[in-house]
Design a protein around this ligand. Structure first.
Ligand code: ZN
Ligand code: MN
Length: 467
């Protein structure tokens, strides 16, 4: 059995300032080493001052992931020596003497499966190392401390994933959740980084470090499953090690041996006092939080009668559930859920494609009303939707220019059915004998009308003629 656990670093990009100093949290697109001060540059004698908003945002993420938030949180120093870390330690959290990190013991449901959240901690991002040319061949490594001290949360799951697909779904849900909470823009470069722990069968655990995109973590996990299985088949032990994802070659490669927990020499950060979080503060945060994905899913099922599976798909995608919220009315909610999850999501499944859609809530509402009111068939509706997506033109204009209007007046349908009866004498005779073959004739009418014939009225006329 394959077991996968994740460790996700998610920057709190919506904050104004860094975790312990007034420098900008938004370090992107600034000249190197200009967004720094004595605190984040680790100069002797400087003292950290905790960003209160960062604690609140991290607590919101914890609550949204169903974690317990303790009434006291504290910080620790994680010591290691690396040039991206100006102080030679990272200020982070550590549940050494009971849970004092911002969240623990949470859970998320994906496709009916529970993924447990072990803990969530608030910590600072290190600086960035920039290699001239490729990292293997370069003589020169540059360091930029603009990012040092940027607030982030580290989210650690239990090894509850059974395959890379579940990982991808979970990460999409998580990205939507932090975006929905207004705490992070997860799609900014480097805003969300993922480590994966994976073992196959009873083999050793391998860690894949610092993968920058969701698509790549899925690929890296697939690669590891194949690699580890092939070792097991040849009776070779899988080494417990850290590996890197090589984007260019699409493989994982063995990396430097990792520090053990004791190597980090965790010790309490005495420059930051223990912070109390009261029940009242938690309640206040809850009122500021938007509806959770789970609550939204339930509302779609209960209030609009949308099938559970459709509701799950719709509620976990922020872009499309926002579109649903802005376009639906009581009468067309089900039809809109259908249009979005079957036609639109298949067409635009990546962020880039979504951004290119020229479709507005008005388009979707008009389209659903036309389908519900039998003015367009599902087929014509699909054609109209694709035209609206591309051009942004209103539905009425698209329907008349593509001649998509529903053919429901009986006299025009009668004429077409006359033609079909002439051309399909054998099939007509057969349908008289065996009414279950009538769909063949419906299909012929559909083809002649390019899918515009109203199926119910067509069937009615055909039945009358055949009896
Ligand atoms: Zn600073
Ligand atoms: Mn970390």
């Amino acid at each position: 059995m394959t077991k996968i656990g994740l460790e996700i670093h998610c920057q709190l990009t919506r904050l104004e300032s860094k975790l312990f100093c007034p420098c900008k949290a938004d370090y992107r697109n600034l000249p190197p080493n200009t967004n720094i001060c004595p605190v984040c540059a680790g100069l002797p004698g400087s003292l950290p001052i905790l960003n209160k908003k960062a604690v609140e945002k991290a607590a919101m993420i914890s609550l949204a992931l169903d974690c317990k938030v303790p009434d006291k949180i504290s910080f620790f120093r994680k010591n290691y020596f690396y040039p991206d870390l100006p102080k030679n330690f990272q200020i982070t959290q550590y549940n050494a003497y009971g849970p004092t990190s911002i969240g623990s013991d949470g859970a998320v449901q994906i496709e009916g499966k529970e993924i447990r959240i072990r803990r969530i901690q608030l910590e600072e991002d290190p600086g960035r190392l920039v290699y001239e040319g490729s990292s293997e061949k370069t003589q020169i490594t540059l360091v930029d401390y603009n990012r040092a001290g940027t607030p982030l949360v580290e989210i650690v799951t239990e090894p509850d994933f059974e395959n890379p697909r579940q990982v991808r779904i979970f990460l999409n849900v998580l990205a939507d959740l932090v975006e929905n909470l207004g705490v992070s823009d997860p799609y900014l470069e480097g805003a969300m980084r993922v480590d994966g722990n994976i073992s196959v069968g009873s083999g050793n655990r391998v860690e894949i470090k610092n993968v920058g995109s969701f698509r790549d973590i899925e690929k890296a996990l697939h690669f590891e499953i194949t690699r580890q299985q092939s070792l097991v088949e040849r009776n070779i032990e899988v080494a417990a090690e850290t590996r890197h994802w090589d984007e260019a070659r699409k493989i994982t490669v063995s990396a430097r041996s990792k520090e053990e927990e004791q190597d980090y020499r965790y010790l309490p950060e005495a420059d930051i006092p223990v912070i109390s979080i009261t029940g009242g503060q938690i309640e206040k945060l809850r009122t500021q939080m938007p509806e959770s994905i789970m609550a939204k899913r339930e509302r779609y099922v209960k209030k609009y009668g949308i099938p559970a599976q459709v509701a799950e798909v719709l509620s976990s995608d922020k872009f499309y559930s926002d579109l649903f919220e802005k376009s639906h009315s009581a009468g067309n909610a089900k039809a809109i859920a259908n249009i979005i999850t079957t036609d639109l999501m298949g067409f635009a499944d990546t962020r880039e494609k979504k951004m290119e859609l020229k479709v507005t809530p008005r388009h979707i509402a008009d389209l659903a009303d036309a389908i519900v009111g039998n003015k367009l068939t599902r087929n014509s509706g699909k054609a109209a939707l694709y035209e609206m997506i591309k051009t942004g033109r209103p539905l009425a204009e698209v329907v008349s220019s593509l001649d998509l209007g529903n053919l429901s007046d009986a006299s025009s349908l009668e004429k077409i059915i006359d033609e079909v009866f002439k051309e399909e004498e054998k099939a007509v005779a057969e349908a008289r004998q065996n009414p279950s073959t009538i769909n063949y004739l419906v299909g012929k009418v559909m083809r002649k009308t390019k899918g515009k014939a109203d199926p119910a009225i067509t069937l009615e006329i055909l039945k009358k003629r055949l009896s």
